[in-house]
Design a protein around this ligand. Sequence first.
Ligand code: MD6
Ligand code: FE
Length: 232
Amino acid sequence: MPDRTPPLFPTGSGQMDLGLADTRPKRVTLSPGATLLRGFALEDAEALWRALTPILRAAPLRHMLTPGGRQMSVAMTSCGTWGWVTDQAGYRYTHTDPTTQALWPPMPDLLFHLASRSAAAAGFEGFQPNACLINRYEAGTRMTAHQDKDEGDITQPIVSVSLGLPILFLWGGLQRTTRPHPILLEHGDVLVWGGKARLHYHGVKPLEQGVHPLTGPTRFNLTFRFVAPAGR
Ligand code: MD6
Ligand code: FE
């Protein structure tokens, strides 16, 4: 993936803290329908982290296989009515976790409300997510360019919450060939996208080594979706 474009916002974590105020805008439109809400989840970050513990115990993180048979470098699980899975049979949403045969753990109210408030803050009122994908990144973990299009209802936005180590997110266009813009996603940042931006390609660069006070050597990303019952 081409990566010669300089980051839109090259400052942030990973830099020495000089005690200067962060003057970057709190709200950034990446393209129509896609809004970065910097720090929107910061106040809830510790409670979110605590809420993840029982979920990860019931539905352990795992490296799934792509339909092409490659093991994903990101470790994933889900909570909510629907969970996202991939294996040699393809990408899909299921009611049960294929590794435990149990229903996916319920989505805690804290997560549901944060996602719904985030969507409203970005102009999408009434978002009621019924699926939350949980992704864990370790040093070197990346995600190649993809579209999120398995939900069966693209009228609803996706809300993405970043916890832990920062990563360069690659914001592309409606065609895979559009050169992506790198943008730094940091602890507590929330990205909301829908409308015209809903099917934009996106990915992340490999996670750099580091240690975060809350999440240690990892980054967690929570993505909230509304999956239509037709989505299986
Ligand atoms: C990540 N995120 O931030 C990967 N997808 O680690 C995604 O793939 C993503 O952030 C749809 C909507 C928001 C996202
Ligand atoms: Fe995605």
